[in-house]
Each structure stands twice: as C-alpha cells, then as structure tokens.
Design a protein around this ligand. Structure first.
Ligand SMILES: [Cu+2]
Length: 319
C-alpha cells in the first residue's frame, strides 16, 4: 500500500500521525541465507553464539542455561503451538527470539535455514551433516546413552558434539545431543524425503488458503524432518538440537514465499483452529489475528497480527 504525503499546512501535518508503513519501519531488511551459503566466518560466529547461549544463565530463573530455555518453553507450550493455526506465526516469533538471543551472544548475522529440498535425492549424504561445514552427522552407534531403559546414539562429530541439552520433555536429564536417522524402520533409507522433494513442496504451495497450506506444511515436510532425524529432534524438547532452528527457519521461509505469491491477500491470510480438538468435545474455536501468542517470559506475549509480515519494525527480514 502506498502512502502519499499531502501538502498540508505545517501545523496540521504535525498533528497527523502517519500510518505505519513497511517502507518506513523496515528500510533495510536483513536477508536470511541458506546454511551452506554462509561464509566460514559467519558459520563460526553463529556456532560460537550457540555455545555462548549454552553458557549463559537461564532467563526464566531455571537452574539450566539460556540455551535450554528454548526447548523448555517449546515443550511447555507444545499442545498450544502444534496442529493449530498459530503453528506458523508462533514458530516465526520463536525463531526471531532465538535470533535476538544469538545476537546478544555476539552473532552479527541473521539466522540461517536448511533448504532440505536441495538434499531430497539422498538426504543422509547431504553436506549439511558435514562435521566441518555442516552441523555434524547422525548419532554414533559406538557412542550411546541409555535413558529410562532406551538407548540412543550420541552425535560425536561436528560443532555441537559437546552440547549437553538439559531436558527431555518434562524431565531434567542432561544428555548428549542425539540423532537417529531413519525412514520409519530400522533403516536410514531416504529419510521420508518424498515429503520434502521440490515437487512435494510445489503441491503444498499450490493451496491458496492458509488453513490447508499450514496443515500440509506442518504435517508433511515439517514432521518428516523431525521424524527422520529423530533423537532429540523428536520429543517436544526438539529445540535441543540446533538443527531445529535451521529447519524452522526453512519452514518460515516457505510460509514467507507462499505469502509473497499474493502479498496483498496472503500477508494477513490466517485461519483454522485456535486450539487442538479433543475427542468428544465440540468444534474448537476459530483462530483470529488477535489471538495472543504466549512466550513464557523469554519474550513478551504478542498477537498473531504482529508477526504476519516479516517486513515490520519488529522482524524486518526477507529471504
Ligand atoms: Cu514446534
């Protein structure tokens, strides 16, 4: 929308507050990049900031670190933020809060995304798992941890091999970072890549309404990556794995690209259910742009409306 300044007498003009326009509030949006197009300095700086967060005290007054605040909050809100309309805006906000935290820890760039469509030919062989240029690989069968009788593989290469996430869902149980690549069986196979090929994404993108677009994106590629990487990526404490944020930035990017397909209509296109439906209960309430997104004191609670455009004063980024 264009905002034209009319020629008014100075006194009158001064009394009128101009409407907020993206052109005024977000002049120089930061551009979020794919992980593999970061320079090695940018990567090092990002990784250092993650380790810095894992040394800072909790902002929630917990005995664990600021890094652990993210899985803690995600787990506590799990049922309010998944399989509901606010899945996309809530995670957009969550990634933004994480980005701000990385910046407080010295990172000067923008968060990066992992475009898994590029790897869907053979996901487990992707360069994203490279120990030097990527995020480290699958869990190591020779380095396992047994928690509550179940054994998982620890990531023993790459920049996050020494991370010690504190929580698994509601339990305080400091542990190694776990990954267990799979295709739904004991095999790695192609890690459910049929859900995130370029063709699969094009089909999702073809939905013109928010509700269908969101449901397909969350239930398809979003879920496929969580399930096939597994380990810490599976429980509601999935932000334990720094990969969570690269994955969710990609989900956010796909939403952004969908919005850009018809910005006039789709920037504020929103709808679907506000809360999860319980068996035997009446239809859940419908979501609106005025719904408040909780963030449990790692950031203030804000309405969905404030997060719909990435080119606002608050967010100010593009892809
Ligand atoms: Cu989530």
């Amino acid at each position: 929308m264009l905002f034209r300044t009319l020629a008014l007498p100075a006194a009158v003009a001064a009394s009128i507050t101009p409407p907020r326009s993206p052109a005024v509030t977000c002049e120089n949006p930061t551009i979020r990049k794919e992980w593999r197009s970061l320079s090695s300095d940018e990567r090092d700086s990002y990784i250092s900031a993650v380790h810095c967060l894992a040394k800072q005290p909790s902002k929630l007054g917990l005995d664990t670190t600021q890094y652990d605040d993210f899985p803690f909050v995600h787990n506590a809100l799990n049922d309010d933020i998944h399989f509901v309309a606010s899945f996309l805006p809530w995670h957009r906000y969550f990634v933004h809060v994480y980005e701000q935290a990385l910046k407080e820890c010295g990172y000067t760039g923008a968060v990066a995304y992992w475009d898994w469509t590029l790897d869907s030919d053979d996901t487990s062989k992707s360069s994203i798992w490279d120990p030097v240029t990527g995020v480290g690989g699958n869990g190591d069968p020779n380095n396992t941890i047994t928690i509550d009788g179940s054994t998982s593989k620890c990531v023993s290469d790459g920049p996050f091999k020494d991370l010690r996430p504190a929580y698994i869902t509601d339990t305080l149980v400091p542990h190694c970072l776990r990954r267990n690549f799979n295709n739904g069986t004991e095999q790695i196979g192609n890690m459910f890549s049929e859900a995130y090929t370029p063709e699969a994404i094009a089909k999702i993108n073809a939905f013109s309404d928010y509700d269908n677009f969101h449901n397909e994106l969350e239930g398809g590629p979003h879920g496929a990556i969580h399930s096939s990487v597994a380990g810490d990526m599976m429980p509601a404490t999935s932000p334990n794995d720094p990969l969570f944020f690269l994955h969710h930035t990609q989900i956010d990017r796909l939403w952004y690209l969908w919005q850009q397909g018809d910005p006039e209509i789709r920037t504020n296109a929103y709808g679907g259910i506000k809360t999860q439906s319980n068996p035997g209960e009446p239809t859940p309430p419908q979501a609106t742009l005025d719904d408040i997104m909780p963030m449990l004191n790692i950031a203030k609670d804000i309405p969905v409306r404030d997060i719909m455009s990435t080119q606002s004063e608050l967010l100010c980024y593009t892809y």
